[in-house]
Write a new protein. Structure first.
Lengths: 302, 231
């Protein structure tokens, strides 16, 4: 029935290896991307890692907790004080170089929509461009191609960077997500980004109300069935807060519930604030799926 | 007649794939592999494997271990009947030792009296001029408060008695083990030990204890019995 209803839908493809930096992540290996914000005003724990040494301490901590990727951002997603490209580069490039020196092998990601920033980040050692505003600056993909880095192709709907959704409406939000992210992925390949370094992201909350974000969570399998590695960024977001009527600092349980649902449907990259808890959730779901053995099984077997 | 015998426990966790990422008991597995290798150095014409499981019967020598009942994600052998766990694990030890010769696989029920077990042992011993016997048998499973059967202090004496009989080579003592007490103490190996005693029927072999411990509250004993030169 579903196939009849959507004859032109994307073909099902098997997941393949995702290459980022020096790493090759097989489909069954969940990847945790830990967030490090170089901002004074992000929504979750604002200013926590504005100071460089605090930011580096957090890098040490989240790597110890199991992060595979460090995602460095210099501009909050929400509207606020203007941060131009020059200031954004000041916030992130030297810091990325510091991480690279301390951790030659860790995957470093830059969360930006601007190609100038992407360029500076790649020169400093970034392995992945997390274009969370969905191809707003088309030249960002060209930077990824030039440096051989990865690219996240996200769905921001009709939103421009740092704007909030205003009465946004979709006839079918998942269809729109698939349409935009797959178009961005095709375009990335066309400009020379290596296909095994591309992932797609429904971008919860971006250009979406809470009902939309719940729907894409529920239907995430439609993204994983395309064969592209799916990144989910759920961490403490407003759709969790509105669903549970809780402020940002009380959204961990809701975040982890959504994380497990996405992991169950085959999401592979999890962009998170709380690395240790997220690692446990994705490893647990991975074992339930049968992708990963228990760490140590003795019960009933002795 | 019996040219050599080996004694190994048969917990599911002897199968490496059941313990997950952690090998958990590598030294136990190695002791069993060593016992299997020593058994084959006796150059047997046939290897008989015996383990406790209902009902008492012979099994197809081509049949193999099936772990799917313990971990549904694992697939069993393609076709053929699934062996009871002790026989499957014993057969795998023979595979791991590279044994390709004939095998006799026999289960023995925990309701069989000692004399029936001993008679089965004698029957297996008579199967060839050179029979190697692999006995898959576990001691008490109530050896501590974390043990599968909690703590029963009678286990210490029971398992010590079994080990003493094996170590000394006076296996006739195994025929005196009380079946009801063994059941109480969850010592599932009782009928298999008695098969061993019946197979040797007073014949003395030297014993090498390779492992004796209870890391999870179940007594595991690994031993090789044979001519000292073969150990």
């Amino acid at each position: 029935m579903a196939d009849d209803a959507a004859p032109s839908g994307p073909a099902r493809r098997a997941q393949g290896v995702l290459r980022l930096g020096r790493h090759a992540f097989p489909p069954e290996r969940p990847v945790i991307m830990g967030i490090v914000n170089r901002t004074p005003d992000s929504f979750f724990r604002p200013g926590l890692t504005w100071d460089e040494s605090a930011a580096m301490d957090r890098v040490h901590q989240i790597i110890a907790e199991g992060a595979d990727i460090i995602d460095v951002g210099g501009v909050p997603a929400a509207p606020g004080a203007d941060v131009d490209a020059e200031e954004e580069i000041l916030r992130i490039a030297a810091f990325i170089a510091l991480i690279r020196t301390a951790y030659p092998d860790i995957v470093i990601s830059v969360d930006t929509w601007r190609h100038e920033v992407g360029l500076a980040a790649c020169e400093a050692g970034a392995d992945l461009i997390n274009d969370s505003w969905g191809g707003f600056d088309e030249r960002l993909a060209e930077v990824a191609a030039e440096f051989g880095t990865g690219l996240v192709c996200a769905h921001a709907g009709p939103q421009r960077p740092r704007t909030r959704p205003f009465r946004v409406a979709y006839s079918d939000v998942m269809a729109d997500v698939l349409d935009q992210t797959l178009r961005l992925a095709r375009r990335a390949i066309a400009v020379g980004v290596r296909p095994d370094r591309i992932s797609i992201d429904a971008a919860h909350d971006f250009g979406k109300n809470t009902w939309h974000s719940l729907e894409i969570t529920r239907r995430l399998n439609e993204m994983t069935e395309t064969g592209w590695p799916v990144l989910v960024s759920l961490s403490n977001k407003d759709f969790v807060g509105e669903t549970l009527n809780l402020p940002p600092e009380q959204r961990l349980a809701g975040t982890l519930a959504a994380t497990s649902i996405c992991a169950w449907q085959g999401a592979r990259i999890f962009r998170v604030h709380q690395v240790a808890e997220s690692r446990q959730v994705v490893d647990m779901v991975s074992a339930i799926r049968g992708d990963r053995p228990p760490a140590r099984a003795i019960r009933g077997l002795a | 007649m019996i040219t050599a015998a080996a004694l190994c426990p048969a917990p599911p966790l002897l199968a490496r794939e059941l313990t997950g990422a952690d090998p958990v008991v590598p030294e136990l597995r190695q002791a069993c592999l060593d016992a299997g290798a020593a058994l084959l150095r006796s150059q047997p014409g046939v290897v008989a494997v015996v383990g406790a499981a209902k009902p008492t019967r012979a099994w197809d020598g081509e049949a193999r271990l099936d772990l799917s009942a313990y971990a549904p994600g694992l697939t069993g052998p393609a076709g053929g009947p699934a062996l009871p766990l002790p026989l499957g694990l014993g057969g795998r030890l023979l595979d791991q030792a590279g044994y390709c010769g004939p095998r006799l696989l026999h289960s023995v029920g925990d309701d069989e009296p000692a004399q029936t077990c001993a008679a089965l042992g004698a029957q297996l011993a008579a199967a060839d001029a050179r029979v190697a016997l692999l006995v898959m048998a576990d001691g008490c499973a109530r050896r501590g408060i974390k043990a599968p059967g909690y703590l029963d202090e009678r286990c210490a004496d029971f398992d010590a008695e079994v080990e003493r009989a094996v170590r000394s080579g006076e296996l006739g003592a195994l025929l005196a083990l009380d079946a009801e007490l063994a059941r109480d103490l969850m010592a599932t190996g009782r009928p298999a030990w008695q098969v061993l005693a019946g197979a040797l029927n007073g014949q003395r072999l030297t014993t090498d204890i390779r492992y004796s411990d209870d890391p999870f509250g179940v007594a595991y004993l690994v031993a090789s019995l044979g001519d000292a030169a073969d150990h």
